[in-house]
Write a protein that binds this ligand. Structure first.
Ligand SMILES: NC(=O)c1ccc[n+]([C@@H]2O[C@H](COP(=O)([O-])OP(=O)(O)OC[C@H]3O[C@@H](n4cnc5c(N)ncnc54)[C@H](O)[C@@H]3O)[C@@H](O)[C@H]2O)c1
Ligand SMILES: [Zn+2]
Ligand SMILES: [Zn+2]
Length: 361
């Protein structure tokens, strides 16, 4: 018997989301049904709603979630009912060319549930990032469930499921930031401020936070920024160079996802420095850079999917740091909201009032 639950659905491009009845199948082989306890509102959910990811409407939104496993399919051994888990969108396959080369964080064939969740009339839903978690219960591949210490509250733990992990990992894994590095982060929403926090954790000597909104910059200070720049009033490239002896930062993280901010990142890094693009662009965006500058400035231009994380390695470790009081994850939870308040949360995100609104179920 499928479960009948409530979930947040985006029916069409730019249309307000609605709370709908969702049918969740019993878990089949390799699958798990999870009772979602909390799910953060990520900018990527808004990208889906705006048609910026693809056109596979209707979407079941939500993908930064924690909860408790309700049921597992017949052959599942990794998790069992009652386990407290963070949902991940990188259930690695173990067999693709990336996995076989020992680089599973690049896995090219990650697992999702084989069965589909549907609306009451049978319309198949596309779950955001293969999860779909603004819903009371969701169906995922069992490998998408990563067990963590249940002492961490769901509203906080769930954030590691996407944006905060992406930001932390952009710095720690993709940017390879280490002690003594100078780091600049352009765009200090939930993702960018997690990059700031990652730089602080890694021992970066200078952490320059850039945003167009002073509220984000105030929060950036709480996560360890040593300097802040409001790029609405100050040229960020010049400011970052000035703060780094005229050179630029060793690592610049772009956490907006726009060509103009990418260019700022490109020119704000030191020679042989690294740019990490963690912001997600939309399909029509293009980048125009002098090829000679790309060559002449050397270094590395990287993009970071999910912070190049390996959930099984990174989630339990980061939750432990959090429980020891060494990783300020609480600072990302701006507010907790009910499941029917996601549309309002998008508006608050748009107005820059929150780092994360978190749906608590
Ligand atoms: N790569 C990944 O795996 C991954 C994962 C999650 C989210 N993302 C993406 O990261 C981006 C940020 O997500 P978020 O949830 O933090 O969104 P957000 O809306 O909370 O944050 C975006 C921030 O950028 C700032 N900003 C906007 N225009 C700017 C400009 N011109 N210069 C400087 N700052 C500017 C905003 O004020 C805001 O603080 C989005 O594109 C999202 O889709 C990527
Ligand atoms: Zn793989
Ligand atoms: Zn996300």
């Amino acid at each position: 018997m499928p479960y009948e639950v409530r979930g947040v659905v985006a029916r069409g491009k730019g249309e307000a989301v609605s709370l709908e009845t969702v049918l969740v199948p019993d878990p089949g082989p390799g699958e798990a049904v999870v009772n979602v306890q909390a799910c953060g509102v990520c900018h990527t959910d808004l990208h889906y709603r705006e048609g910026g990811i693809n056109d596979d409407f209707p979407f079941l939104l939500g993908h930064e979630a924690a909860g408790v496993v309700e049921a597992v399919g017949p052959d599942v051994t990794g998790v069992e009912p009652g386990d407290y888990v963070i949902l991940n969108w990188r259930a690695v396959c173990g067999n693709c060319r990336a996995c076989l080369r020992g680089r599973p964080w690049y896995c090219f064939a990650t697992h999702n549930a084989a069965q589909k969740m549907t609306l009451a009339d049978g319309t198949v839903l596309s779950p955001a990032l293969g999860i779909g978690a603004f819903v009371e219960k969701t169906l995922v591949a069992a490998g998408q469930c990563t067990k963590v210490d249940p002492k961490a509250k769901p509203a906080v733990a769930g954030l590691l499921g996407c944006g905060v992990m992406a930001g932390l990992g952009a710095t720690l894994n993709t940017g390879n930031v280490t002690r003594g590095d100078s780091v600049a982060v352009i765009g200090c929403g939930g993702v960018g401020n997690a990059s700031v926090l990652g730089a602080s954790l890694a021992g970066a000597s200078k952490i320059i936070a850039v945003d167009v909104d002073d509220r984000k910059l105030t929060w950036a200070r709480d996560f360890g920024a040593t300097h802040t720049v409001n790029s609405r009033t100050t040229d960020p490239v010049e400011a970052i160079r000035e703060l780094t002896g005229g050179n630029g930062a060793d690592v610049v993280i772009e956490a907006v996802g726009r060509p103009e901010t990418y260019k700022q990142a490109f020119y704000a890094r030191d020679l042989a420095g690294t740019v990490v693009l963690v912001g997600v662009p939309t399909p029509e965006m293009t980048l125009d850079l002098p090829l000679l500058d790309v060559f002449g400035r050397g270094g590395a231009l990287k993009s970071s999917w999910y912070g190049d994380c390996l959930p099984s390695r990174d989630f339990p470790m980061l939750i432990d740091l959090y429980l020891q009081g060494r990783l300020n994850l609480d600072g990302f939870v701006s507010e907790t909201i009910a499941i029917d308040e996601v549309e309002e949360a998008f508006a608050k995100m748009h107005r820059g009032e929150v780092l994360r609104s978190v749906v608590v179920l």
